[in-house]
Design a protein around this ligand. Structure first.
Ligand code: PMP
Length: 438
């Protein structure tokens, strides 16, 4: 009997409710910006594992910081005792995040728990029970964070009562303009959603899982101004696109936002489970909101976070993300000249989406099988990437911030070939039957 593959063992023991599988890739390691699959082949990581691999795999700064923290302090809890890596990281996060007055940092393990905590704290502090967020938004999978999300991946979950889901204006498929959405909000405020009952608005400054949508300029600022007038708190979810990913330290800077609370995750821990909320002391010190978790802010994860922030600064990763991101997306944009299927290439920095269309005139999305086939063929050709979007038609690229010029060019060449091969019928429906997410 042959030894089962990692893939087969995975299917037997890892719960399907906790996994998304976009290709047959199974990992035994990683090096630099490459994943090493079972059997030893190296695959260029254009997914960044959907965000956490901000520094790629085995970055010396991460290894050194985490090794030391494991040796000296693994097992310590920030709940009971201050620890050096957590306090230093909080100081560093406050230093890089704009804001005034006394502020505090809360640590968690995931984007889900950080947004969940934020919902609970804001409801407790403001005494208001309504929230505003967007159709297509994804803020997490705990009851609070899922309840304010509007993604079709969660159609079996009802939004939290009192959540107003607005359309996110999409410049490529402009069903609702920025003005339409603001008018709808005004009408809601006048009628069924009294603004003085709304605790906060949750904003993705670039809608990620909903399809890598860059909002029309000025929309989010106008939304912020509308909400602020009514004492509604502005929460910006930077989990996926924050910390240098967008070519700025914070993605909200592109939109001129001045958030009350900022939520971080994914890349913050460089792969270790770590999230953070930064907000004003009068909100974050509200004890009855009770947001304690035994291993939150543990020294190993926060040491990793410290290494990520220091490396962003030391290696100039904000500028690098802007520069390589432009190179990469320009390369993809050039492919649109020969591949009619590419309807739009968009994003900021190294958060890039390729919107696949069945028809350039109508901009109708391709069927999800086509997207899945391109991912699959890309994997066969040596690059890992995934897809997002309410219609599963947007290729998502979130590579490590350490991606090199050559790797960006290599990635573009693989995407080019993958599209060509899929359109030439080289991937069968059966090949991707198990990689259809929604
Ligand atoms: N917020 C955003 C914007 C996200 O993209 C995600 C995950 N895709 C989350 C929150 C949830 O993060 P996590 O999966 O770490 O719980």
């Amino acid at each position: 009997m042959s030894t089962p593959s990692l893939r087969e063992r995975d299917a037997r023991v890892i719960a399907e409710i906790g996994r998304l599988r976009f290709s047959p890739l199974s990992l035994v390691g990683g090096r630099g910006n490459r994943l090493i699959e079972e059997g030893g082949r190296e695959v260029l990581d254009l997914s960044g594992s959907a965000g956490p691999a901000a520094l790629g795999y085995g970055h010396p700064a991460m290894v050194e910081a985490v090794e030391r923290a494991v040796r000296d302090m693994a097992g310590a809890s920030l709940l009971l005792y201050p620890n050096e890596p957590a306090v230093s990281l909080a100081e560093r996060l406050l230093a890089v995040t704009p804001g005034s007055g006394e502020r505090r940092v809360w640590f968690g393990h995931s984007g889900s728990d950080a947004n969940d905590c934020t919902v609970r704290v804001l409801a407790a502090v403001t005494g208001r029970s309504r929230f505003i967020s967007f159709i297509g938004s994804y803020h997490g999978n705990l009851s609070g964070s899922m309840g304010i999300s509007g993604h079709t991946a969660m159609t079996h979950t009802l939004p939290r009562p009192g959540v107003l889901l607005l359309p996110y204006p999409d410049p490529f498929r402009p069903k609702f303009s920025a003005e339409d959405v603001l008018a709808l909000l005004d009408y809601q405020f006048e009628t069924t959603c009294p603004p003085d009952q709304v605790a906060a608005v949750f904003i993705e400054p670039l809608m990620s899982d909903g399809g890598l949508i860059v909002p029309p300029h000025g929309f989010l600022k106008a939304l912020q101004d509308r909400c602020r007038r009514h004492g509604i708190k502005i929460v910006v979810d930077e989990v996926k696109v924050g910390l240098a990913r967008s070519g700025r330290m914070h993605c909200f800077e592109h939109e001129g936002l001045e958030p009350d609370l900022v939520v971080f995750g994914k890349g913050l821990g460089g792969g270790l489970p770590l999230s953070a909320v930064v907000g004003p002391a009068e909100i974050m010190d509200h004890a009855p909101a009770f947001a304690l978790q035994t291993t939150a802010g543990n020294p190993v994860a926060t040491a990793a976070g410290g290494a990520v922030l220091k490396t962003i600064e030391r290696e100039g990763l904000v500028e690098r993300s802007a520069r390589i991101g432009k190179l990469f997306s320009d390369g993809l944009r050039a492919l649109a000249e020969k591949h009619e299927i590419i309807g739009d290439v968009r994003g900021r920095g190294l958060a890039v989406g390729v919107d696949l269309v069945a028809d350039r005139g109508t901009r109708d999305p391709v069927p999800a099988t086509t997207t899945a086939k391109i991912i699959y063929r890309g994997y066969q050709l040596g690059a890992a990437f995934t897809y997002v979007g309410l219609k599963a038609n947007v290729l998502e690229f979130m590579p490590p911030l350490t991606l090199t010029d050559d790797e960006a060019a290599e990635g573009v060449a693989i995407v080019d070939r993958a599209i060509e091969d899929v359109l030439a019928g080289k991937v069968a429906d059966a090949d991707v039957a198990s990689f259809m997410m929604w």
